[in-house]
Structure formats: structure tokens, C-alpha cells
Design a binder for this molecule. Sequence first.
Ligand code: AMP
Length: 463
Amino acid sequence: MGARIGRLRYNPVTITVVISAVFRCFRLREISSAGNARLLKNRNKVNFTQFNLDSRLLAGIKKAGYETATPIQEAAIPAALRGRDIIGTAQTGTGKTAAFVLPILNKLLEGPRNAARALIVTPTRELADQIHDVIRVLATGTRLRSATIYGGVGAAPQIQALRNGVEILVACPGRLLDLIAQGHAKMNRIEILVLDEGDRMFDMGFLPDVRRIIAAVPAQRQTMLFSATFPLEVEQLAAQSLKHPQRIAMGLSRPAYTVSHALYPVPPHLKSPLLIELLKRIDANSVLVFTRTRRRAEKLQQQIRRAGYKATSLHSDRTQGQRQAALRGFKEGIHDIMVATDIAARGLDVENISHVINYDMPDTADAYIHRIGRTGRAQKTGDAFTFVTSEDEDLIRKLERIMGQPLKRETLEGFDYAVPAPPRPAPGPRGRRGAPRSDSRRERPAPTPKSYGKNRLAPRRRK
Ligand code: AMP
């Protein structure tokens, strides 16, 4: 079995791995290419009327404020309208939600109502809410309805929504499987399945659940899979669940040319004072700060509040209600600063975030790109500051290679970097009470080493 290349024979798995590594390499080249960015900016813009969408959708598009299609919409909408399966390499922030929502709405306008006919599976509750909101706007005037299905909140309203009859479900895997098992969610009428953020679902350990969901929906369907990167497991999922898919690669992300990056070398014990000092010097009214663990996020949020700022936090130790309130408060400007774990790195669409500050260096290059993608959106500019310690040097070198340029090192003038570290408290008789917990630990099993592709930085030892 396998293909012969020159004098060597390769098995299919090797070929898939190599193709996916080359594919990733090109994607990252695109991200760092200012020339491509210019090309993208100067491309001929496509108007939504050119897609032959049902005229009833134009009111929603107008309400959303979209005038011309983004590149992913330009490529995906015509293919999806033709009924093709799609593999989209696209991050959130590229307009991919409307790229799959508009073809779904177009299809559902014809045919029966009151039955779930489209299913969008997404890894986090925040993303589910966000997609649901986009559907609500774009479906203006169509009387098509969507409902969110996810855990962490009571199931009763979701069951009621299913009983009332909705055409589109936006779901996280666990709760959806529960409601399928209890007979509340019926999958037999699903015509379109969207798997969103495939790599994130893999990272969070959701792929077995996703496979169960795929087994529950009719084989005769249209499937769209979106993912920012394609680890082998996601490629395999695609190969097993999509039919002759059209590949659409939109690796080009806005952050590359609208975000300026800076590294702030700092000893670990001075990170908080440096952050507070930095906040004083920037116009800190929409700042997203990332920490590696939930405990650090909570503690830092309190320190920032004590320094007089309106701050909140988003991590998985908080209840779903608290998470929603934090995000809403941040979006509405009630909180100027949100301290978050990587739960907020993907997908969250908050307008006008001026600064992303990596209080802790992320684990992977992908995570860095996702985090900084929260700023510089919609052609606006943004700053990404990353606090680095001597431990991070390897990661920085890899990141600079991937970004294709050195990242500038900054020092904050007048800040006293020479303050010595306080003496460490002696450990109690039973040592520390538990290790710091990262969101990723509770929310997903540790990825297997093979999931770290070439463009990823190796998993770091947790401190
Ligand atoms: P998404 O990648 O779907 O999360 O979209 C990112 C942001 O781009 C959201 O704020 C969308 O409302 C916005 N957006 C999506 N499509 C368009 C478009 N064609 N024109 C302008 N903004 C858009």
C-alpha cells in the first residue's frame, strides 16, 4: 500500500502528514506576508447581490452592515450554495460565520419549518452565543429561528425551544449529545452540518463526541468544516465525514498587518507592577489580558481593580452566568480590562479591543496568533504586548521564525526593573495546596505529543 515517489514508497499517513505540514507552512507564510495583505486590500470587492442569494436575505445583510464580501465569504458562499461540502481554513475574524450562515439560511428558506434542519457544532459556549447572534441578525425577515444548546445552564429553556420548533441549532457537543439521548433533540431532519473550529474541538478533547454527533445525523447532508489549523486528527475527521469537499484556504488574517507586536522582558515577580504601570501609560479602555491559569487570571483581575481600573475576568472557574456577564460588560465598556485564560483566545468578537497583553506567554504559536487576533480586527489597528521571562526565549525564537521577522523588545522607561524578588514563603507541612489550574486542563485532556505539528511550539511545563 502507499505511493511511490522516486525510489521510495510512502504510506498514506506519511503523505497526509507531509501535505498538512506543507499546507500549514504556506498558511503561516501568508500570515506574515505584507505583500499578500496589500493584495487582499486592493482586490476587487464582491457585492452580496452578486451571489444570487434569496432577496429575503438582503435585509439581514443590510442590518448587519455588510457591504462587500470578505475573501472567505467570496470563496465559500458560491460553493456552499451549490451544495458542496467545504473545508475552510479560516480563523474567526475573517467573516467565516456569515460565510456558512448565509448559505444555510438560503437553503432553509425553502422546505419545512419547525424542525431542526441545520446543526452548527462549536467548541465554546461563547462562540455558540456569538453565532446565534449573527444568525438572528442575518435571518431578519426570514422567520427562521435558531437556538443554542450548551451546558453550564439549565436545560429546560433549551428543551422548550426544541419543542417550539427551531430550524437551526448552534450547539456544544456535550449537552447536544445529552439532549439527543433524552430524545429532545432530533437529528433525523438535519440537512446541513457545520463543524466550527475543528482544531479547537480536537484540542478540547471533543472529537469523540463530534463523531457521535456525525453518526446521529443523516448521511445525506451537506457538511462544512472550518478550522484554523489541520492537525492529523482533524484531517482524518474531514476525510471520514465530508464528500469531495472544496478546500478554501484563508490563512491571511488581519492581525498581521494591523497589529504591532512588542515583547517586554521582565522578571516574573515584576509582571504585575509592570502591567499596572503599562496600563497607566496607554489609553486603557479596552484591554484584554491573557494569563496561563485560572487562578492567575482571578488574582491579577483583583490586583488591577485595586489599582483603580474597572476589570473583570473570564475563565472556566466562573459560572456560565458570570462568564456571560463578564463578556457583556467588557463589550459594553462597563469593564475596561478583561483578564482571561485561553478560553477567550479564539473567536470572541469584541469590537475595538485596543490592546492584547500576554501577561503569560501562550503555549503555542497558534495560541499567540489567536490571542493577538482579538485586536486589530475589522481593519483597525491594535497593539500586542507580551511579557517574557528568561524561560520564554526558545518560544520567542520559534515565534519570530514563524512570523518571519524579529519581534521588538521594549523596556518601560522609568520602571524599576531592579526591585528584588520577595523571599519565598516556606512551604507548609504538606506543601502547596494544589497546582495552578489552567483552563485547558479542566476543559480538555492534554493533547497527545503527536498533535503538535511543526508550526506549534512544544507543550510547556506548567509552573
Ligand atoms: P467572524 O469571523 O464571522 O467572527 O466575523 C468577524 C467580524 O467581521 C464580525 O464582527 C462580523 O460582523 C464582521 N463581518 C463579517 N462579514 C463582514 C462583511 N462582509 N463586511 C463587514 N464586516 C463583516
